[in-house]
Write a protein that binds this ligand. Structure first.
Ligand SMILES: Cc1ncc(COP(=O)(O)O)c(C=O)c1O
Length: 343
């Protein structure tokens, strides 16, 4: 029996995965298998040159018993932009959405019950799969549709996390790949994340790689700050265009807040009443404090500037945004924006 209350965010074998292969200019049949090992050439470009991009979205079991997938069209479009950048053939929006709906139906027993802040995380993954030796565009691709039941990303839902600024590390280059969802970006952030985690931090916050004066994003989520009635989030070419953040901007406006997407200097952290992480996996995770230090390795408190936001729980405005977005996802509130696909 699945322990629905303690899912966390980790790999779990589900009933089925879907796999579709592209070669000679077209996609083949969508195959559904119980085995989540795939056959792949050891020379596949994905393994050597990181010719890989992916997505993350969620399906929810609603209060009304209906199953909702949140904004899959947005993920389909973002996958296309990532795939274009690394020259991978990409499934159409229709095919992407059809496979999202099918993976949920084929793993219906793994979709958590309503009322537990849990969901079925969907992981579309696109890789260059033909054997190759030189650095070239992939000729063949494999598109996988995977899923896993998940709860909170770190700790419990709305449990605040602490963050360290990674001043002496970047996750993406100025004219690089930060705005695409490429596996390589995550590999590039692991070393710095590891340093922060050894010191007890839950996440790293990266600055703009050009000047290191502006806030970019966390290792696996976007940044937002709230002061007064204003929701502030970075405008940057080196961050992932988060679908959750875009959603929160719309929700904040609907709640009568002012939304500012603009450059956010690090020092402005002292002016925010609430700061959070936002993303599909983290939903909204309030940030308790952010430590700014000359280098991530520094542990001497005298050299650390600490910005503190909440000591426990979640700030009231972040909580209101959280309730609004999860309310739509779980069918408790009207989906006035038309964001949910009912399957
Ligand atoms: C680096 C990074 N930024 C932002 C996000 C948030 O994007 P989204 O809201 O589309 O999930 C993610 C994924 O959750 C991420 O990995």
């Amino acid at each position: 029996m699945m322990d629905w209350n303690n899912l966390g965010f980790r790999y779990r074998k589900t009933a089925k995965i879907l796999c579709c292969r592209y070669s000679n200019g077209s996609w083949g049949e969508i195959e559904s298998t119980t085995d989540d090992n795939i056959s792949l050439s050891a020379f596949a470009g994905a393994l050597h040159y990181s010719i890989e991009c992916f997505e993350g979205l969620k399906a929810f079991r609603g209060q009304d018993g209906k199953i909702r997938i949140f904004r899959p069209d947005e993920n389909a479009r973002r996958l296309k932009s990532s795939a274009d950048f690394i020259g991978l053939p990409c499934p159409s929006e229709e095919m992407f959405i059809e496979m999202c709906a099918r993976i949920v139906k084929e793993n219906i027993d793994f979709l958590p019950p309503y009322g537990l802040n849990a969901s079925l995380y969907i992981r579309p993954t696109l890789i260059g799969s033909n054997p190759q030796l030189g650095v070239q565009f992939a000729k063949e691709a494999t598109f996988l549709m995977l899923c896993a039941p998940v709860g909170a990303y770190t700790g419990g839902a709305l449990e605040p996390c602490n963050v360290a600024i990674a001043r002496n590390y970047d996750r993406a280059a100025t004219y690089g790949t930060g705005r695409f969802k490429l596996g390589g970006n995550y590999a590039a952030s692991l070393y710095s994340l590891g340093i922060a985690q050894k010191q007890g931090y839950k996440a790293t916050l990266y600055l703009d790689p050009q000047t290191h004066t502006l806030i970019d994003e966390y290792n696996s989520s976007n940044f937002f700050g709230i002061k007064g009635n204003t929701y502030v989030t970075p405008l940057s070419d080196t961050i992932l265009p988060s679908i959750t953040n875009k959603t929160l901007e719309a929700v904040a406006k609907a709640q009568g807040m002012t939304v500012e997407r603009r450059a956010v200097p690090v020092e402005e952290l002292s002016e925010f009443e609430e700061v959070g992480e936002c993303g599909t996996a983290v939903v909204i995770t309030p940030v308790s404090y952010i430590d700014d230090k000359p280098a991530l390795e520094v542990t001497d408190p005298a050299q650390i500037k600490r910005y503190t936001f909440v000591t426990e729980g979640c700030g009231p405005k972040s909580l209101k945004l959280y309730r609004h977005i999860t309310g739509i996802q779980y069918g408790e509130l009207d989906d006035t924006f038309g964001w949910c696909l009912i399957v």
